[in-house]
Design a protein around this ligand. Structure first.
Ligand code: ZN
Ligand code: ZN
Length: 133
């Protein structure tokens, strides 16, 4: 059981058990969302996740005409989690919601076709050109 929260503490997320996927994403949308070169995320089944508080959402198009809905705190604006049409049973969560040290290291690095050339990792990763398989 883990509990995390947004920047202002208005929204909390409680998760049960271990994430299905731990990954780093280099896609353009994550670069935009995080203001950084890649995002670090954990993916749980919906039933493992409990959201406490009133979130707002924004749906955007994703790679290859897919859709992704981001859920964010209306007070501090931080995106905490998202739902994707491509993985309908899964909730993606920004690992920064939690204590990052509470998780094992990421296993996959996806959308590497957008990876900044200076970004290198010193851990063993599955490298994917596009989305997670
Ligand atoms: Zn907040
Ligand atoms: Zn991404």
């Amino acid at each position: 059981m883990r509990t995390g929260e947004c920047g202002c503490g208005n929204i909390k997320i409680r998760t049960n058990g271990e994430p299905e996927i731990r990954l780093i994403c280099h896609c353009k949308s994550c670069q935009k969302r995080t203001g950084s070169d890649y995002s670090h995320n954990v993916y749980f089944f919906h039933e493992q996740v409990e959201i406490i508080g009133e979130v707002k959402n924004y749906t955007r198009t994703a790679q290859e005409d897919r859709f992704l809905t981001n859920y964010f705190c209306p007070e501090c604006g931080m995106t905490l989690y998202w739902h994707m049409d491509v993985l309908p049973k899964i909730t993606g969560i920004a690992i920064s919601v939690f204590d990052v040290d509470d998780f094992d290291m990421p296993e996959e690095s996806i959308w590497e076709k957008f990876k900044r050339p200076w970004v290198e990792f010193s851990l063993q990763l599955k490298h994917l050109h596009g989305q997670s398989e």
